[in-house]
Design a protein around this ligand. Structure first.
Ligand code: GRF
Length: 225
């Protein structure tokens, strides 16, 4: 292990927090050179908050329904996040559209995970949309966050085969298995100083990544090890 200072991470959630759990697991096993400084949810009483508390991470709620507009919520959220002085902000199922002021403030130091092979299927209901389109494969992408919804430079992308008897639930489950592999990996690379964003491109070890991110092919295997 290097004696470099661990990268401080604040995780934003809205729900079950299974991606948060994957980060907690990697952190507890000392596989990730990070400090999980805080978890913030815009919804009260979600499972992700319990996961954080169980791991001894400060777990906070900033309820968006108590704010009159998007701008004032995002400003308060920025203030709260910055009070933990993070090097990286991780959106893990954070179901909010962000203002340009917010995305600009964390440009190059905020990651999101989106369940599709971006640039395909930005927005919601990605699994059903892939099925309806008759696609043979689907997947998930970790990307840097910019003002464009689900549109920032891709860091890692994992592909998953669509099976003949898949429905949105079964497909989502297999995609989530990959989420729990590629999100910790992207956070690890960022924390090690290997992954960064420059211009509108992601770089790994100073090499520009493909537009769809570092490819992880999970088509023929359920897991990566
Ligand atoms: C994941 O499917 C992720 O791709 C999407 O929201 C979901 C969050 O799940 N952005 P969880 O809360 O991490 O379990």
């Amino acid at each position: 292990m290097s004696d470099a200072k661990p990268v401080r991470v604040v995780v934003l959630i809205s729900g079950s927090g299974s991606n948060l759990q994957a980060l907690i697991d990697g952190w507890q096993k000392q596989e990730l050179p990070i400090d999980l400084a805080a978890v913030i949810s815009n919804r009260p009483a979600v499972l992700g908050l319990q996961r954080a508390e169980l791991a001894g991470i400060p777990a906070l709620v900033l309820d968006h329904t108590l704010f009159t507009d998007r701008q004032s919520f995002d400003q308060e959220l920025m203030r709260l996040i910055d009070s933990f002085q993070p090097d990286l902000v991780v959106l893990a199922g954070f179901m909010r559209i962000l203002t340009p002021e917010f995305t600009q403030h964390y440009l190059g130091r905020m990651l999101n995970i989106h369940p599709s092979l971006l640039p395909k299927y930005q927005g919601l209901h990605t699994h059903q949309r892939a099925l309806d389109a008759g696609d043979s494969e689907h997947g998930v992408t970790v990307h840097f966050v910019t003002a464009e919804l689900d549109g920032g430079p891709a860091a890692i992308q994992a592909r998953v085969s669509i099976l003949a008897d898949d429905d949105a639930v079964s497909l989502a489950q297999r995609v989530q298995q990959q989420e729990h592999v590629i999100y910790p990996l992207a956070v690890k690379w960022f924390a090690e100083g290997r992954l960064r964003m420059q211009g509108n491109r992601a770089f790994l070890d100073n090499e520009p990544l493909p537009v769809s991110g570092y490819p992880i092919d999970a088509t023929h295997c359920g897991d990566l090890d």
